[in-house]
Design a protein around this ligand. Structure first.
Ligand code: GLN
Length: 493
Protein backbone atom coordinates (compact mmCIF):
# COMPACT_ATOMS: atom_id res chain seq x y z
CA UNK A 1 0.00 0.00 0.00
CA UNK A 2 1.43 3.35 -1.05
CA UNK A 3 0.34 5.19 2.10
CA UNK A 4 -0.92 4.49 5.60
CA UNK A 5 -3.68 7.11 5.41
CA UNK A 6 -7.23 5.85 5.89
CA UNK A 7 -10.76 6.76 4.81
CA UNK A 8 -13.22 6.36 7.70
CA UNK A 9 -11.04 3.56 9.02
CA UNK A 10 -10.85 1.90 5.59
CA UNK A 11 -8.04 1.65 3.02
CA UNK A 12 -7.47 5.11 1.53
CA UNK A 13 -8.14 3.71 -1.96
CA UNK A 14 -11.80 3.50 -0.98
CA UNK A 15 -11.89 7.32 -1.12
CA UNK A 16 -10.79 7.26 -4.76
CA UNK A 17 -13.52 4.74 -5.63
CA UNK A 18 -16.10 6.52 -3.49
CA UNK A 19 -15.60 9.81 -5.35
CA UNK A 20 -15.42 8.17 -8.78
CA UNK A 21 -18.65 6.23 -8.23
CA UNK A 22 -20.25 9.34 -6.73
CA UNK A 23 -19.59 11.38 -9.89
CA UNK A 24 -20.53 8.52 -12.17
CA UNK A 25 -23.88 8.02 -10.43
CA UNK A 26 -24.37 11.79 -10.35
CA UNK A 27 -24.15 11.82 -14.13
CA UNK A 28 -26.16 8.60 -14.59
CA UNK A 29 -29.13 9.48 -12.39
CA UNK A 30 -29.00 13.19 -13.22
CA UNK A 31 -29.30 12.52 -16.93
CA UNK A 32 -31.75 9.64 -16.48
CA UNK A 33 -34.13 11.85 -14.53
CA UNK A 34 -34.37 14.16 -17.55
CA UNK A 35 -34.42 11.59 -20.32
CA UNK A 36 -38.12 10.68 -20.44
CA UNK A 37 -39.17 14.28 -19.68
CA UNK A 38 -37.05 15.44 -22.62
CA UNK A 39 -38.28 12.77 -25.02
CA UNK A 40 -41.95 13.30 -24.17
CA UNK A 41 -41.73 17.10 -23.86
CA UNK A 42 -43.79 19.03 -26.40
CA UNK A 43 -41.84 20.29 -29.39
CA UNK A 44 -43.65 23.59 -29.06
CA UNK A 45 -42.45 24.34 -25.53
CA UNK A 46 -39.79 26.99 -24.95
CA UNK A 47 -37.59 24.20 -23.64
CA UNK A 48 -38.51 22.02 -26.60
CA UNK A 49 -38.70 18.25 -26.14
CA UNK A 50 -38.92 15.56 -28.80
CA UNK A 51 -42.68 15.12 -28.63
CA UNK A 52 -42.55 11.32 -28.40
CA UNK A 53 -45.37 9.21 -27.00
CA UNK A 54 -45.03 8.03 -23.39
CA UNK A 55 -44.91 4.45 -24.73
CA UNK A 56 -42.01 4.90 -27.15
CA UNK A 57 -40.05 7.23 -24.85
CA UNK A 58 -40.17 4.76 -21.98
CA UNK A 59 -39.29 1.88 -24.28
CA UNK A 60 -36.11 3.78 -25.19
CA UNK A 61 -35.55 4.52 -21.51
CA UNK A 62 -35.99 0.82 -20.69
CA UNK A 63 -33.59 -0.28 -23.44
CA UNK A 64 -31.08 2.24 -22.17
CA UNK A 65 -31.30 1.20 -18.50
CA UNK A 66 -31.28 -2.45 -19.57
CA UNK A 67 -28.15 -2.01 -21.67
CA UNK A 68 -26.32 -0.05 -18.93
CA UNK A 69 -26.66 -3.07 -16.63
CA UNK A 70 -26.37 -5.77 -19.27
CA UNK A 71 -23.07 -4.36 -20.55
CA UNK A 72 -21.68 -4.74 -17.03
CA UNK A 73 -21.34 -8.43 -17.92
CA UNK A 74 -18.95 -8.04 -20.90
CA UNK A 75 -17.43 -4.99 -19.14
CA UNK A 76 -16.54 -7.16 -16.17
CA UNK A 77 -15.04 -9.78 -18.49
CA UNK A 78 -12.86 -7.17 -20.21
CA UNK A 79 -11.65 -5.91 -16.81
CA UNK A 80 -10.90 -9.47 -15.62
CA UNK A 81 -9.12 -10.68 -18.70
CA UNK A 82 -7.80 -7.86 -20.86
CA UNK A 83 -7.56 -4.42 -19.27
CA UNK A 84 -7.35 -4.99 -15.52
CA UNK A 85 -10.09 -3.39 -13.43
CA UNK A 86 -8.35 -0.07 -12.83
CA UNK A 87 -7.89 0.67 -16.52
CA UNK A 88 -11.42 -0.55 -17.32
CA UNK A 89 -12.80 2.02 -14.84
CA UNK A 90 -10.74 4.77 -16.48
CA UNK A 91 -11.82 3.89 -20.02
CA UNK A 92 -15.42 3.58 -18.86
CA UNK A 93 -15.41 6.96 -17.12
CA UNK A 94 -13.94 8.72 -20.17
CA UNK A 95 -16.51 7.08 -22.52
CA UNK A 96 -19.37 8.06 -20.16
CA UNK A 97 -18.17 11.68 -20.14
CA UNK A 98 -18.02 11.67 -23.95
CA UNK A 99 -21.55 10.25 -24.05
CA UNK A 100 -23.00 12.99 -21.88
CA UNK A 101 -21.15 15.65 -23.86
CA UNK A 102 -22.67 14.18 -27.04
CA UNK A 103 -26.11 14.51 -25.44
CA UNK A 104 -25.27 18.09 -24.56
CA UNK A 105 -25.13 19.00 -28.26
CA UNK A 106 -28.62 20.18 -29.14
CA UNK A 107 -29.22 17.95 -32.16
CA UNK A 108 -31.65 15.07 -32.21
CA UNK A 109 -29.27 12.47 -33.64
CA UNK A 110 -26.99 13.10 -30.66
CA UNK A 111 -29.51 11.26 -28.47
CA UNK A 112 -28.89 7.80 -29.88
CA UNK A 113 -25.09 7.96 -29.99
CA UNK A 114 -24.88 9.71 -26.62
CA UNK A 115 -26.94 6.98 -24.96
CA UNK A 116 -24.91 4.24 -26.63
CA UNK A 117 -21.66 5.76 -25.33
CA UNK A 118 -22.98 6.18 -21.78
CA UNK A 119 -24.22 2.57 -21.78
CA UNK A 120 -20.86 1.22 -23.00
CA UNK A 121 -18.92 3.33 -20.50
CA UNK A 122 -21.18 2.32 -17.61
CA UNK A 123 -20.74 -1.31 -18.60
CA UNK A 124 -16.99 -0.91 -18.25
CA UNK A 125 -17.12 1.10 -15.04
CA UNK A 126 -19.89 -0.34 -12.90
CA UNK A 127 -18.80 -3.94 -12.40
CA UNK A 128 -15.08 -3.21 -12.34
CA UNK A 129 -15.29 -0.50 -9.72
CA UNK A 130 -17.28 -2.84 -7.44
CA UNK A 131 -14.63 -5.51 -7.99
CA UNK A 132 -11.83 -3.13 -6.95
CA UNK A 133 -13.75 -2.28 -3.76
CA UNK A 134 -13.62 -5.98 -2.86
CA UNK A 135 -9.93 -6.18 -3.73
CA UNK A 136 -8.96 -3.40 -1.34
CA UNK A 137 -9.43 -5.88 1.50
CA UNK A 138 -7.55 -9.03 2.33
CA UNK A 139 -9.77 -12.14 2.20
CA UNK A 140 -10.41 -12.29 5.93
CA UNK A 141 -10.64 -8.50 6.50
CA UNK A 142 -13.83 -7.94 8.57
CA UNK A 143 -14.20 -4.38 7.20
CA UNK A 144 -15.25 -5.55 3.73
CA UNK A 145 -19.05 -5.45 4.27
CA UNK A 146 -18.81 -2.02 5.88
CA UNK A 147 -16.68 -0.95 2.92
CA UNK A 148 -19.50 -1.91 0.55
CA UNK A 149 -21.98 -0.02 2.74
CA UNK A 150 -19.85 3.15 2.50
CA UNK A 151 -19.64 2.59 -1.25
CA UNK A 152 -23.46 2.30 -1.47
CA UNK A 153 -23.63 5.70 0.23
CA UNK A 154 -21.52 7.23 -2.53
CA UNK A 155 -24.08 5.98 -5.07
CA UNK A 156 -26.84 7.80 -3.28
CA UNK A 157 -24.93 10.99 -2.53
CA UNK A 158 -24.04 11.04 -6.23
CA UNK A 159 -27.63 10.63 -7.38
CA UNK A 160 -28.84 13.34 -4.98
CA UNK A 161 -26.32 15.80 -6.45
CA UNK A 162 -27.26 14.66 -9.97
CA UNK A 163 -30.99 15.21 -9.49
CA UNK A 164 -30.29 18.59 -7.89
CA UNK A 165 -27.96 20.01 -10.53
CA UNK A 166 -28.84 18.23 -13.78
CA UNK A 167 -32.56 18.25 -12.93
CA UNK A 168 -32.58 21.96 -12.25
CA UNK A 169 -30.45 22.92 -15.25
CA UNK A 170 -32.21 20.60 -17.67
CA UNK A 171 -35.73 21.61 -16.73
CA UNK A 172 -35.26 25.27 -15.90
CA UNK A 173 -32.53 26.32 -18.37
CA UNK A 174 -32.52 23.77 -21.19
CA UNK A 175 -32.40 19.96 -21.53
CA UNK A 176 -28.96 19.96 -23.10
CA UNK A 177 -27.57 22.09 -20.26
CA UNK A 178 -28.69 19.35 -17.89
CA UNK A 179 -26.99 16.67 -20.01
CA UNK A 180 -23.87 18.85 -20.21
CA UNK A 181 -23.86 19.20 -16.42
CA UNK A 182 -23.83 15.39 -16.19
CA UNK A 183 -20.82 15.41 -18.53
CA UNK A 184 -19.01 17.99 -16.40
CA UNK A 185 -19.68 15.88 -13.30
CA UNK A 186 -18.17 12.81 -14.96
CA UNK A 187 -15.15 14.84 -16.10
CA UNK A 188 -14.56 15.89 -12.48
CA UNK A 189 -14.78 12.20 -11.62
CA UNK A 190 -12.17 11.35 -14.27
CA UNK A 191 -9.77 14.06 -13.05
CA UNK A 192 -10.18 12.89 -9.49
CA UNK A 193 -9.64 9.25 -10.49
CA UNK A 194 -6.50 9.97 -12.51
CA UNK A 195 -5.00 12.05 -9.71
CA UNK A 196 -5.67 9.59 -6.90
CA UNK A 197 -5.58 6.26 -8.70
CA UNK A 198 -2.15 5.47 -7.21
CA UNK A 199 -3.89 5.15 -3.82
CA UNK A 200 -5.47 1.92 -5.06
CA UNK A 201 -2.03 0.30 -5.06
CA UNK A 202 -2.18 -2.87 -7.08
CA UNK A 203 -5.83 -3.69 -6.30
CA UNK A 204 -7.30 -4.50 -9.71
CA UNK A 205 -4.23 -3.18 -11.51
CA UNK A 206 -3.46 -6.21 -13.63
CA UNK A 207 -5.87 -8.56 -15.41
CA UNK A 208 -5.96 -12.27 -14.50
CA UNK A 209 -2.62 -13.91 -15.20
CA UNK A 210 -2.63 -16.05 -18.37
CA UNK A 211 -0.24 -16.98 -21.15
CA UNK A 212 0.36 -14.11 -23.61
CA UNK A 213 -0.92 -16.19 -26.53
CA UNK A 214 -4.21 -16.79 -24.77
CA UNK A 215 -4.61 -13.11 -23.94
CA UNK A 216 -4.00 -12.25 -27.58
CA UNK A 217 -6.61 -14.74 -28.64
CA UNK A 218 -9.09 -13.23 -26.17
CA UNK A 219 -8.20 -9.78 -27.50
CA UNK A 220 -8.94 -10.82 -31.07
CA UNK A 221 -12.29 -12.26 -30.07
CA UNK A 222 -13.20 -9.12 -28.13
CA UNK A 223 -12.21 -6.95 -31.08
CA UNK A 224 -14.24 -9.04 -33.52
CA UNK A 225 -17.35 -8.93 -31.32
CA UNK A 226 -16.79 -5.19 -30.77
CA UNK A 227 -16.61 -4.49 -34.52
CA UNK A 228 -19.71 -6.57 -35.31
CA UNK A 229 -21.63 -4.82 -32.49
CA UNK A 230 -20.48 -1.40 -33.70
CA UNK A 231 -21.73 -2.17 -37.22
CA UNK A 232 -25.12 -3.29 -35.86
CA UNK A 233 -25.36 -0.17 -33.68
CA UNK A 234 -24.54 2.00 -36.72
CA UNK A 235 -27.26 0.28 -38.77
CA UNK A 236 -29.79 1.20 -36.09
CA UNK A 237 -28.31 4.65 -35.48
CA UNK A 238 -28.37 5.72 -39.09
CA UNK A 239 -31.88 4.37 -39.59
CA UNK A 240 -30.76 1.65 -42.05
CA UNK A 241 -32.60 -0.81 -39.81
CA UNK A 242 -35.83 0.67 -38.60
CA UNK A 243 -37.66 -0.82 -35.66
CA UNK A 244 -40.02 0.66 -33.13
CA UNK A 245 -38.48 1.06 -29.70
CA UNK A 246 -41.26 -0.85 -27.96
CA UNK A 247 -40.88 -3.87 -30.26
CA UNK A 248 -37.12 -3.77 -29.73
CA UNK A 249 -37.56 -3.48 -25.95
CA UNK A 250 -39.89 -6.48 -25.87
CA UNK A 251 -37.42 -8.61 -27.78
CA UNK A 252 -34.59 -7.42 -25.59
CA UNK A 253 -36.51 -8.50 -22.51
CA UNK A 254 -36.96 -11.98 -24.01
CA UNK A 255 -33.32 -12.16 -25.09
CA UNK A 256 -31.97 -11.18 -21.67
CA UNK A 257 -34.31 -13.60 -19.90
CA UNK A 258 -33.23 -16.40 -22.24
CA UNK A 259 -29.54 -15.65 -21.62
CA UNK A 260 -30.13 -15.76 -17.86
CA UNK A 261 -32.17 -18.97 -18.15
CA UNK A 262 -29.52 -20.74 -20.23
CA UNK A 263 -26.82 -19.69 -17.80
CA UNK A 264 -28.70 -21.02 -14.78
CA UNK A 265 -29.45 -24.32 -16.56
CA UNK A 266 -25.77 -24.60 -17.47
CA UNK A 267 -24.69 -23.90 -13.88
CA UNK A 268 -27.17 -26.34 -12.42
CA UNK A 269 -26.76 -29.20 -14.83
CA UNK A 270 -23.51 -28.95 -16.73
CA UNK A 271 -20.93 -27.03 -14.70
CA UNK A 272 -19.83 -30.03 -12.63
CA UNK A 273 -21.09 -28.61 -9.33
CA UNK A 274 -21.59 -30.72 -6.22
CA UNK A 275 -24.96 -31.12 -4.49
CA UNK A 276 -24.49 -28.24 -2.04
CA UNK A 277 -23.36 -25.89 -4.80
CA UNK A 278 -26.36 -26.83 -6.91
CA UNK A 279 -28.67 -26.07 -4.01
CA UNK A 280 -27.10 -22.63 -3.79
CA UNK A 281 -27.66 -22.13 -7.52
CA UNK A 282 -31.39 -22.81 -6.95
CA UNK A 283 -31.39 -20.25 -4.13
CA UNK A 284 -29.65 -17.65 -6.32
CA UNK A 285 -32.10 -18.38 -9.13
CA UNK A 286 -35.02 -17.53 -6.84
CA UNK A 287 -33.29 -14.35 -5.71
CA UNK A 288 -32.60 -13.48 -9.33
CA UNK A 289 -36.29 -13.64 -10.26
CA UNK A 290 -37.23 -11.58 -7.22
CA UNK A 291 -34.54 -8.99 -8.00
CA UNK A 292 -35.59 -8.62 -11.66
CA UNK A 293 -39.21 -8.14 -10.55
CA UNK A 294 -38.14 -5.63 -7.92
CA UNK A 295 -36.14 -3.43 -10.34
CA UNK A 296 -39.03 -3.48 -12.82
CA UNK A 297 -40.90 -1.31 -10.31
CA UNK A 298 -37.97 0.58 -8.88
CA UNK A 299 -36.70 1.86 -12.23
CA UNK A 300 -40.04 3.42 -13.06
CA UNK A 301 -38.83 6.40 -11.03
CA UNK A 302 -37.34 7.86 -14.21
CA UNK A 303 -40.34 6.77 -16.30
CA UNK A 304 -43.97 6.49 -15.25
CA UNK A 305 -43.52 7.99 -11.77
CA UNK A 306 -41.58 10.89 -13.29
CA UNK A 307 -44.48 11.54 -15.69
CA UNK A 308 -46.97 11.18 -12.85
CA UNK A 309 -45.04 13.86 -10.96
CA UNK A 310 -45.05 16.13 -14.00
CA UNK A 311 -48.66 15.70 -15.07
CA UNK A 312 -50.68 15.02 -11.93
CA UNK A 313 -48.73 16.29 -8.92
CA UNK A 314 -48.67 19.74 -7.41
CA UNK A 315 -44.99 20.63 -7.30
CA UNK A 316 -45.46 24.02 -5.73
CA UNK A 317 -43.39 24.31 -2.58
CA UNK A 318 -43.65 27.62 -0.71
CA UNK A 319 -44.85 29.32 -3.86
CA UNK A 320 -42.03 28.03 -6.06
CA UNK A 321 -42.54 25.36 -8.74
CA UNK A 322 -39.82 22.79 -8.19
CA UNK A 323 -38.29 20.77 -11.02
CA UNK A 324 -40.14 17.48 -11.69
CA UNK A 325 -36.94 15.46 -11.34
CA UNK A 326 -36.41 16.72 -7.80
CA UNK A 327 -39.17 14.40 -6.59
CA UNK A 328 -36.69 11.57 -7.17
CA UNK A 329 -34.42 13.09 -4.52
CA UNK A 330 -36.33 11.25 -1.91
CA UNK A 331 -35.06 7.79 -2.76
CA UNK A 332 -31.36 8.55 -2.16
CA UNK A 333 -32.14 10.74 0.84
CA UNK A 334 -34.16 7.94 2.41
CA UNK A 335 -31.32 5.51 1.65
CA UNK A 336 -28.78 7.66 3.49
CA UNK A 337 -31.18 8.07 6.44
CA UNK A 338 -32.43 4.49 6.70
CA UNK A 339 -29.44 2.38 5.61
CA UNK A 340 -27.74 2.54 9.05
CA UNK A 341 -31.05 1.69 10.76
CA UNK A 342 -31.65 -1.32 8.53
CA UNK A 343 -28.07 -2.53 9.04
CA UNK A 344 -28.45 -2.15 12.82
CA UNK A 345 -31.83 -3.92 12.74
CA UNK A 346 -30.48 -6.97 10.85
CA UNK A 347 -27.50 -7.09 13.21
CA UNK A 348 -29.86 -6.92 16.21
CA UNK A 349 -31.95 -9.79 14.85
CA UNK A 350 -28.77 -11.68 14.00
CA UNK A 351 -27.58 -11.51 17.61
CA UNK A 352 -30.89 -13.04 18.73
CA UNK A 353 -30.73 -15.68 16.03
CA UNK A 354 -33.87 -14.23 14.47
CA UNK A 355 -32.27 -12.95 11.27
CA UNK A 356 -34.73 -13.87 8.49
CA UNK A 357 -33.50 -16.15 5.70
CA UNK A 358 -32.56 -14.68 2.33
CA UNK A 359 -35.79 -15.65 0.54
CA UNK A 360 -37.80 -14.06 3.36
CA UNK A 361 -35.82 -10.83 3.07
CA UNK A 362 -36.37 -10.80 -0.67
CA UNK A 363 -40.06 -11.48 -0.14
CA UNK A 364 -40.15 -8.49 2.20
CA UNK A 365 -38.45 -6.34 -0.43
CA UNK A 366 -41.15 -7.30 -2.93
CA UNK A 367 -43.86 -6.73 -0.36
CA UNK A 368 -42.64 -3.15 0.13
CA UNK A 369 -42.49 -2.67 -3.64
CA UNK A 370 -46.04 -4.03 -3.97
CA UNK A 371 -47.26 -1.73 -1.21
CA UNK A 372 -45.64 1.26 -2.92
CA UNK A 373 -47.81 0.58 -5.96
CA UNK A 374 -50.87 0.12 -3.75
CA UNK A 375 -50.19 3.71 -2.64
CA UNK A 376 -49.87 4.71 -6.30
CA UNK A 377 -53.17 3.01 -7.07
CA UNK A 378 -54.83 5.12 -4.38
CA UNK A 379 -53.04 8.20 -5.71
CA UNK A 380 -54.38 7.51 -9.21
CA UNK A 381 -57.87 7.23 -7.72
CA UNK A 382 -57.52 10.61 -6.02
CA UNK A 383 -56.05 12.19 -9.17
CA UNK A 384 -58.93 10.84 -11.26
CA UNK A 385 -61.29 12.89 -9.06
CA UNK A 386 -59.20 16.03 -9.15
CA UNK A 387 -55.59 16.61 -10.18
CA UNK A 388 -53.01 17.85 -9.35
CA UNK A 389 -52.70 15.94 -6.10
CA UNK A 390 -50.31 16.52 -3.20
CA UNK A 391 -46.68 15.53 -3.21
CA UNK A 392 -47.14 13.24 -0.19
CA UNK A 393 -48.35 10.37 -2.40
CA UNK A 394 -45.07 10.09 -4.26
CA UNK A 395 -43.09 10.68 -1.07
CA UNK A 396 -44.77 7.67 0.59
CA UNK A 397 -44.35 5.61 -2.59
CA UNK A 398 -40.61 6.32 -2.65
CA UNK A 399 -40.32 5.64 1.09
CA UNK A 400 -41.79 2.16 0.66
CA UNK A 401 -39.63 1.48 -2.40
CA UNK A 402 -36.52 2.54 -0.50
CA UNK A 403 -37.35 0.20 2.38
CA UNK A 404 -37.69 -2.53 -0.23
CA UNK A 405 -34.36 -1.55 -1.78
CA UNK A 406 -32.62 -1.66 1.58
CA UNK A 407 -34.10 -5.09 2.32
CA UNK A 408 -33.09 -6.54 -1.02
CA UNK A 409 -30.26 -4.75 -2.80
CA UNK A 410 -27.22 -4.75 -0.45
CA UNK A 411 -28.17 -8.23 0.78
CA UNK A 412 -28.50 -9.55 -2.76
CA UNK A 413 -25.06 -8.31 -3.66
CA UNK A 414 -23.42 -10.06 -0.73
CA UNK A 415 -25.53 -13.22 -1.28
CA UNK A 416 -24.27 -13.47 -4.85
CA UNK A 417 -20.67 -13.23 -3.68
CA UNK A 418 -21.20 -15.64 -0.76
CA UNK A 419 -23.30 -18.40 -2.36
CA UNK A 420 -21.80 -18.45 -5.83
CA UNK A 421 -19.74 -21.51 -6.73
CA UNK A 422 -16.15 -20.34 -6.08
CA UNK A 423 -14.92 -20.56 -9.66
CA UNK A 424 -17.86 -18.50 -10.90
CA UNK A 425 -17.96 -15.54 -8.51
CA UNK A 426 -17.01 -12.90 -11.10
CA UNK A 427 -19.62 -14.06 -13.57
CA UNK A 428 -22.27 -14.37 -10.87
CA UNK A 429 -21.72 -10.69 -10.07
CA UNK A 430 -22.53 -10.07 -13.72
CA UNK A 431 -25.65 -12.19 -13.31
CA UNK A 432 -26.75 -9.95 -10.44
CA UNK A 433 -26.52 -6.97 -12.79
CA UNK A 434 -28.39 -8.99 -15.43
CA UNK A 435 -31.37 -9.03 -13.03
CA UNK A 436 -31.16 -5.21 -12.98
CA UNK A 437 -31.00 -5.22 -16.78
CA UNK A 438 -34.17 -7.29 -17.15
CA UNK A 439 -35.85 -5.15 -14.49
CA UNK A 440 -34.84 -1.97 -16.35
CA UNK A 441 -36.31 -3.09 -19.68
CA UNK A 442 -39.51 -4.26 -17.98
CA UNK A 443 -39.73 -0.94 -16.16
CA UNK A 444 -39.70 0.84 -19.52
CA UNK A 445 -42.31 -1.47 -21.02
CA UNK A 446 -44.66 -1.50 -18.03
CA UNK A 447 -44.23 2.21 -17.36
CA UNK A 448 -44.96 2.93 -21.02
CA UNK A 449 -48.17 0.93 -20.96
CA UNK A 450 -49.18 2.47 -17.64
CA UNK A 451 -48.89 6.04 -18.89
CA UNK A 452 -49.88 5.53 -22.52
CA UNK A 453 -53.54 6.33 -21.90
CA UNK A 454 -53.08 8.93 -19.15
CA UNK A 455 -54.43 8.15 -15.68
CA UNK A 456 -56.90 5.58 -17.06
CA UNK A 457 -54.22 3.16 -18.17
CA UNK A 458 -52.35 3.27 -14.86
CA UNK A 459 -54.72 1.32 -12.62
CA UNK A 460 -54.75 -1.94 -14.63
CA UNK A 461 -50.96 -1.99 -15.03
CA UNK A 462 -50.25 -1.10 -11.40
CA UNK A 463 -52.79 -3.72 -10.28
CA UNK A 464 -51.06 -6.33 -12.43
CA UNK A 465 -47.69 -5.38 -10.92
CA UNK A 466 -49.03 -5.54 -7.37
CA UNK A 467 -50.30 -9.03 -8.13
CA UNK A 468 -46.96 -10.27 -9.35
CA UNK A 469 -45.04 -8.69 -6.48
CA UNK A 470 -47.29 -10.24 -3.88
CA UNK A 471 -47.44 -13.50 -5.84
CA UNK A 472 -43.66 -13.91 -6.05
CA UNK A 473 -43.30 -12.82 -2.41
CA UNK A 474 -45.79 -15.51 -1.36
CA UNK A 475 -44.01 -18.22 -3.37
CA UNK A 476 -40.67 -17.20 -1.80
CA UNK A 477 -42.17 -17.31 1.69
CA UNK A 478 -43.62 -20.79 1.10
CA UNK A 479 -40.33 -22.08 -0.33
CA UNK A 480 -38.40 -20.57 2.58
CA UNK A 481 -40.69 -22.40 5.00
CA UNK A 482 -40.36 -25.62 3.03
CA UNK A 483 -36.53 -25.42 2.93
CA UNK A 484 -36.41 -24.65 6.63
CA UNK A 485 -38.61 -27.56 7.70
CA UNK A 486 -36.67 -29.87 5.40
CA UNK A 487 -33.41 -28.73 6.96
CA UNK A 488 -34.77 -29.16 10.46
CA UNK A 489 -36.10 -32.62 9.62
CA UNK A 490 -32.73 -33.71 8.28
CA UNK A 491 -31.01 -32.27 11.37
CA UNK A 492 -33.33 -34.17 13.69
CA UNK A 493 -33.24 -37.33 11.59
N1 GLN B 1 -29.16 2.07 -6.89
C1 GLN B 1 -28.11 1.14 -7.12
C2 GLN B 1 -27.09 1.69 -8.09
O1 GLN B 1 -27.34 2.62 -8.80
C3 GLN B 1 -28.62 -0.21 -7.63
C4 GLN B 1 -29.35 -0.12 -8.93
C5 GLN B 1 -29.56 -1.45 -9.60
O2 GLN B 1 -28.87 -2.45 -9.40
N2 GLN B 1 -30.54 -1.50 -10.44
O3 GLN B 1 -26.01 1.21 -8.15
Amino acid sequence: MATNAEFFGHPIGLRTLFLTEMWERMSYYGMRALLVLYMTGAVTMANAGLGMSALEAQAIYGIYVGMVYFLAVPGGWLGDNLFGHQRAVLYGAVIIALGHLTLAVPIQSGLFFGLVLVAIGSGLLKSNISTIVGKLYADEDPRRDAGFTIFYMSINIGSTVGYAICGFMGEKIGWHWGFGAAGVGMILGVIQYVRTRHLLGDAGLEPNPMPAAKRQQYGRWALAIGVVSAVIVMLFGTGAIEVSASVFAENLAYALTTIAGIYFVYLYGFAGLNVAERQNVVLLFLLFIAAAAFWSGFDQSGGSLNLFARDYTDLNVLGVEMPVSWVQFFNPIYVVVFAPMFAAFWAYLGRRNLDPSLPIKFALGLLFMGLSFVVMLLAVGVALESAPIGLQWLLITYLLQTWGELTLSPIGLSAFSRYSPKRYVGQMFGLWFLASAIGGVLAGLLGGEATDGGLQSMSPIFTYMIQYYFGIAAVLAVLAYFFRTKKEASREG
